[in-house]
Design a protein around this ligand. Sequence first.
Ligand code: NAP
Ligand code: 3JN
Length: 349
Amino acid sequence: MTEKRAFHVAVVGATGAVGQQMLKTLEDRKFPVSKLTVLSSARSAGKTVIFNGKEHTVVEATPDSFEGVDIALFSAGGSVSKELAPEAVKRGAICVDNTSAFRMDENTPLVVPEVNESDLHNHNGIIANPNCSTIQMVVALQPVLEKFGLNKVIVSTYQAVSGSGAAAVDELYEQTKAIINEEPFEPQILPVKSDKKHYQIAFNAIPQIDKFEESGYTFEEMKMINETKKIMHLPELKVAATCVRLPVATGHSESVYFEVDQEGVTSEDIKGLLKSAPGVVLQDDPDNQIYPMPADCVGKNDVFVGRIRKDLDEEKGFHMWVVSDNLLKGAAWNSVQIAESLVKLGIVK
Ligand code: NAP
Ligand code: 3JN
């Protein structure tokens, strides 16, 4: 980005799977950083990270870490955000929070720039970055909503293990090696580190992401349902989700069924729309076996859409396949994109 001013940026959770991608994205986008503060827990304090060719020492995050910070990107878990984001705001920073801590707070905008950038104007110092699975879905659905209206969404996800953090990726690799070498192993992290039981992820599919609510839905599923309605400003939209973890390192995939408002819409209409939609790359050519796959999307900021087809029974129903890098558009890139929007709109002090 080209901007005359430069900003003191803090990254909280800089040693984590998302934090590392945040640093890389700030670099790749040439975000105007005058000073960088890299924060973690006491565990990683003293480690170093390289940013724009210079070494930076990681420091334990405390309220005083935010003195003089203009923009703070948080990705160290909800409890850290709840404790430290208000402290950063008190000290004059604007926070982009990648956790669920403030997403459903009615005074906190929940933003995907391609969908609801203008919501950024109504903030109290904290902007929430949605859940990764929600982000890629709403980027693909927003153009449909704007042109043909939207009534119902049913999504099934196929989520990568990096969504569960750096340690979960290690678990996938270790288990895969152990199984191939016919060695014993003990699952310790997935599906949810703090839950009672842990299951094999290598060569498996686990229909649990986050813990279960009493309703029978998981928290991840409820995030997709509630966040979609908030971001799209559609409280009445019917949404259902089933979230599944796969042995893929990076790149979430989703099978999305949706029903439009208007009659007579064709799959060619939807393809035409998504071909030129912001942030979307259409990869839809069944004759040549062209469709999105996570292995092709890693390291890219876009949302890839394919397999668009009309439902055979429901006149207003369509199916599509949506893939994106969960650590980029699902987390780091969406956060940095929000920061770029804040600068562009003159919202950063
Ligand atoms: P991760 O790989 O486990 O990294 C966690 C990071 O948080 C590390 O840098 C860790 O520092 C830091 N941290 C932990 N406790 C801390 C504390 N008390 N104070 C300061 N820093 C602390 O996890 P991740 O995958 O990067 O995810 C981090 C968070 O991002 C998640 O908990 C979640 O809230 C959010 N997230 C959001 C999405 C999304 O869908 N938008 C996706 C993934 C993650 P140490 O190195 O010192 O341990
Ligand atoms: O599992 C995934 O693929 C996405 C995980 C996101 C996540 C993991 C731990 C805590 C979140 C999130 O962003 O919703 C949180 C959280 O902040 O609640």
